[in-house]
Design a protein around this ligand. Structure first.
Ligand code: RUQ
Ligand code: CA
Length: 611
C-alpha cells in the first residue's frame, strides 16, 4: 500500500524537479514559481491558509445554471470540489454511468439555487445537503460522507421550484420547496381551459419527507412562492410572494404596492391532512391554502415585490427584503400564534421596517444581534442592528429619519444577490466571515472575454466595520451558499466507499454472455485492469461494471473506452457501470484517465469488437 503512495509522490517530485510545471508543459527557470506564490507584504493575511493548512469552514455553493454544487474552503476561497447534481460531468462520469442515469432520469440540465444542510436542534447535523432545481423542478439530496447525490425527487404540479429550506427543529423531517411560477393545476389537457386564464394559475408550497425523499403534500395558494424559510421551533414555514397580482407581465406583477410574506402553520396543516381535507392531483395531496379558503396560511403584507426571507439565529425574527422597496420588513415570530388565532391583524406582527438601500435582496446575521443585507442596485452590503431598528420604529418617523440602525455600508463589486455569513442559518451563527455573491465582475479580474465570471467576495465581519478581504472569481452562477464549521462535517467524510453497498461490486473478473447481452465484470487496481482483453460481437449490448480495489486514499482510477464516448472514474472501493451498444467493429483501447501510478500510461486493455 505505502509502495504506491511513494510511487505517486515520487513521480510528481521528479516532474517538479525537472522544472516542468505539472500539466502545462511550460519550463520555467527555477525560483520563478516560488517567488510568485510567496504572499506579498509582511505577516499573514487574515484569510490566508498556508500550504498544508486546512480551511475552517466547508462552504457549499450552489452552481446556478451549471446545475452543480461546489465545495469551497473558507476563508481561503479555494474551490475544493464540484459535486455534479443536475448536470453532466464528464470527468467523474456523472450522467454517463448507469448509477447516475437512474437518478437523473434523462434530464441532464438543472438550475441549482439554494443549498442547505440537514439540521438537528437548529444546527447542522452534517449528514445531508439538499438543493433545488428550478429548471426541471427537482430536489436532490447529497450524502456528505461521500459528497455525492443519493436521491433526486421530481415534483409535479409546479414550475420554478425555487426557495428550499429544511426543517430546523427538532430535526429535518420535512423540507419545504416553493414554486416561483404560478401554473394551472393540473397543467395538462384535462384543464386546458385554464391555459389562457392566469387567474386560474396557482403557486405551491411543497412539503417533502427528507428521509424518504417523497412528497408529503402541496399547499396551493393564489400567489407565487419565491424564497423559503423555516422557524427554529418546528411550527412554521414561510414564503415570500412578489406576484399576488397573478400577473403575467412585469408591469402586472408590479401593480400592487405590497405583496405578502405567507406563513404556513404546520400544526393546522397536519390536522387538515389527517382529516382528509385535500384533493389528489398527479398522485400528490393538495391542501387548499388560498386566502378565504383556509386557516393554514397567514398573509403578512410587505412592500413591494419582496425577495429573500431569513430568520435571525435567535429564532425571533423573520427579515423580509423589499427588492422594489428600499426597506426590509422585520416580523416577530412570537406574534404569529396570535395572528393565526385572529387576536391581532397579520400586519401587527411587523415590528420594524427600516430603510436599507435600493434593491435589498437577502439578509444574513452575525449572531450578535446584527443583520447584513445585500443591496442589488446600490451594490452594497449593509450592516444594521435589529434591536435599534425596532426601537426606532417604536419612537416613530422622526427617530427613523436618521437611520440609527445602520452600522456600516460596504461597496461590493458588483450587483450582489445572496449574501451569507458563517453558520448564519443556524443558532450558532458565529459572525466570522461573510460572502457577498456578486453577479457582475467586470474590471475585477483579467478580461476573459464577453462572458465574464461572477465575483464572490470574502468579507471579514469580526469587527464593527465590514472589511473586504478577497475577490474570488466563480463560474456561472452561484446563487446562494452556506458555510459550515469544519468540525461538523469532517469527521463524517469518508476516504473509501463501502464496497458492498453497491449490489454489483465486482470481486471476480468475468465476461458473461446471455444472447446479445454481454456483462463485463472487472476490477481496477492501479496500474492494472482485472482483464487484459475483452471480445464482443458487433451490436452486442455491453454492460461494463468496474470496481476500484485500491484501498489507498485518493487513488482514483479512470475508465475510458476510445471512440465509444465513455469515460468515468472510480474512487477507492467504488463500483460504477455503463451500458452501451458495441456498434463499431475494431480494436479499442480502454485506458485509465485519472493519473494513478507511475505506470498509469500502461494501465490499458483491449476491447475488441468482432464482426
Ligand atoms: S435567489 S440571488 Cu434563488 Cu435570490 Cu438567486
Ligand atoms: Ca407584486
Amino acid at each position: 500500500m505505502s509502495d504506491k503512495k511513494f510511487n505517486r509522490r515520487n513521480f510528481l517530485k521528479i516532474a517538479g524537479a525537472s522544472g516542468v510545471v505539472a500539466g502545462t508543459g511550460v519550463i520555467l527557470p527555477k525560483g520563478v514559481l516560488s517567488a510568485k506564490t510567496e504572499p506579498s507584504g509582511k505577516g499573514r493575511a487574515k484569510n490566508e491558509v498556508k500550504p498544508g493548512e486546512l480551511d475552517d469552514y466547508y462552504g457549499f455553493w450552489s452552481g446556478g445554471h451549471s446545475g452543480e454544487i461546489r465545495i469551497v474552503g473558507v476563508p481561503s476561497m479555494r474551490e475544493i470540489k464540484r459535486i455534479p447534481v443536475f448536470n453532466m460531468d464528464v470527468a467523474s462520469g456523472w450522467g454517463v454511468t448507469n448509477e447516475s442515469k437512474k437518478l437523473l432520469k434523462g434530464k441532464y440540465f438543472g438550475d441549482t439555487h439554494h443549498v442547505h444542510g440537514s439540521y438537528k436542534d437548529g444546527v447542522y447535523d452534517g449528514k445531508h445537503l439538499f438543493v433545488n432545481d428550478k429548471l426541471n423542478n427537482r430536489v436532490a439530496r447529497i450524502r456528505t460522507d461521500y459528497m455525492e447525490v443519493d436521491a433526486i425527487l421530481e415534483i409535479p404540479n409546479i414550475q420554478g421550484a425555487h426557495g428550499l429550506f429544511p426543517q430546523r427543529y427538532p430535526k429535518t423531517e420535512w423540507l419545504v420547496l416553493n414554486s416561483e411560477f404560478q401554473t394551472p393545476v393540473p397543467n395538462d389537457t384535462s384543464n386546458k381551459k385554464a391555459f389562457l386564464n392566469p387567474k386560474e394559475y396557482y403557486g405551491m408550497h411543497t412539503i417533502i419527507d427528507a428521509e424518504r425523499m417523497s412528497i408529503v403534500c402541496q399547499v396551493m395558494v393564489d400567489e407565487n412562492c419565491d424564497l423559503a424559510a423555516t422557524d427554529y421551533k418546528g411550527k412554521y414555514s414561510m414564503c415570500t410572494s412578489y406576484n399576488i397580482e397573478k400577473g403575467v407581465t412585469i408591469s402586472e406583477m408590479l401593480a400592487s404596492d405590497y405583496d405578502y410574506l405567507i406563513v404556513f402553520n404546520w400544526k393546522r396543516l397536519k390536522k387538515a391532512l389527517k382529516a382528509g381535507k385535500y384533493k389528489i392531483v398527479n398522485g400528490v395531496k393538495i391542501v387548499d391554502g388560498r386566502k378565504g379558503h383556509s386557516d393554514i396560511t397567514l398573509r403578512i403584507p410587505v412592500p413591494k415585490n419582496p425577495h429573500g426571507v431569513n430568520i435571525s439565529p435567535d429564532g425571533k425574527y423573520a427579515v423580509c427584503c423589499g427588492k422594489v422597496s428600499p426597506t426590509t420588513t422585520v416580523v416577530e415570530l412570537d406574534k404569529l400564534d396570535l395572528a393565526f388565532e385572529g387576536k391581532i391583524k397579520p400586519e401587527e406582527c411587523i415590528v420594524a421596517q427600516p430603510y436599507i438601500g435600493l434593491g435589498p435582496l437577502h439578509t444574513t446575521f452575525d449572531g450578535r444581534g446584527n443583520a447584513i443585507t445585500s443591496v442589488f442596485i446600490d451594490s452594497t452590503n449593509v450592516k444594521w442592528n435589529i434591536a435599534k431598528a425596532i426601537e426606532a420604529e417604536k419612537q416613530g418617523e422622526q427617530a427613523k429619519k436618521s437611520n440609527p440602525h445602520i452600522i456600516d455600508i460596504l461597496d461590493v463589486h458588483y450587483q450582489v444577490g445572496h449574501i451569507m455569513a458563517t453558520m448564519a442559518e443556524t443558532k450558532e451563527a458565529d459572525g466570522k466571515w461573510l460572502i457577498s455573491l456578486n453577479k457582475v465582475s467586470k474590471d475585477r479580474f483579467i478580461n476573459a472575454g464577453p462572458l465574464k465570471c461572477e465575483n464572490d467576495q470574502l468579507i471579514d465581519i469580526t469587527g464593527e466595520k465590514l472589511k473586504l478581504v478577497h475577490d474570488s472569481p466563480t463560474y456561472l452562477e452561484p446563487h446562494d451558499c452556506i458555510m459550515v464549521r469544519r468540525e461538523i462535517i469532517e469527521p463524517l467524510v469518508k476516504d473509501r466507499y463501502d464496497m458492498f453497498e453497491h449490489p454489483l461490486a465486482v470481486t471476480k473478473n468475468s465476461v458473461e454472455r446471455k444472447g446479445k447481452n454481454v456483462t463485463i465484470r472487472m476490477t481496477a487496481n492501479a496500474p492494472v485492469f482485472g482483464l487484459q482483453e475483452v471480445r464482443v460481437k458487433k451490436d452486442d449490448k455491453v454492460t461494463l461494471i468496474v470496481t476500484n480495489h485500491d484501498e489507498i486514499s485518493d487513488l482514483t482510477n479512470g475508465i475510458a473506452i476510445s471512440n465509444y464516448d465513455i469515460n468515468f472514474v472510480t474512487a477507492p472501493f467504488q463500483t460504477k457501470s455503463v451500458t452501451f451498444t458495441a456498434d463499431k467493429p475494431g480494436v479499442f483501447w480502454v485506458y485509465c484517465t485519472n493519473f494513478c501510478h507511475a505506470l498509469h500510461l500502461e494501465m490499458r486493455m483491449r476491447f475488441i469488437v468482432e464482426v
